[in-house]
Design a protein around this ligand. Sequence first.
Ligand code: PEP
Length: 249
Amino acid sequence: MRKKLIAANWKMYKTPDQTSAFFREFLPMVAGHDRDEIAVFPPFIDLPVAAEAVKGSNIAIGGQDLYWEKEGAFTGEISPAMLLALGCTHVIIGHSERRQYFGETDDTVNLKLKAALEAGLTPIVCVGEVLEEREAGLTDDVLRRQCVRAFHKLSGKKAAKLVIAYEPVWAIGTGRTATPQLASEAHGLIRSEVGKGLGEELARKIRLLYGGSVKPENAKALMTEEEIDGALVGGASLDPKSFTEIVKY
Ligand code: PEP
């Protein structure tokens, strides 16, 4: 059985003080919850406060991005070792907002994925189609391309920690959610691409998360689908109560 991972992507929200306040309320509500893994991805500046807050708890902390080089003249970037030094165990790679607004490509996703795995981080690689691609019947092609390029020159053995989030871009922050069936179909396709690129053993084990307007009201229907192994939650993860309701769907 694949243990589900419920992940909170805070995007560019919350200061360190607001991060402390979140965990003061959130930690007691999920204490002892071990059915699922929980991971929170705050902005970089909040990581020290977050890591301190979750010490000794069942919650993991991760970065929302990283750069693939170890160090150097790369103004504004964060290396895998820097994330580890702050107590991160996870990292999000290739979020659609990074692809849309910051020039992230399938090739940079591949470089970041390899660097994250090399450092021992658990990467959550985001894939998903935009509305025009879905309407043009191109969803399968887009997901296949994103997977093939992300897995370039990677072996199943090295990718053991890999997690993939299927996030249809038209569902992110819009209140529109993919139906559980539609998400399941996409997950089936991604799982078969993992099988082709990284081997059948990993394809059976890998966790495929769904992301796109997951809310307390729709979490159960999505999370109880056989093919859905957790959620990447944006907006609804900012409030400790609503994120708790999702974690405990
Ligand atoms: C996300 O940030 O990955 C996301 C899915 O956002 P939201 O839940 O707000 O749609």
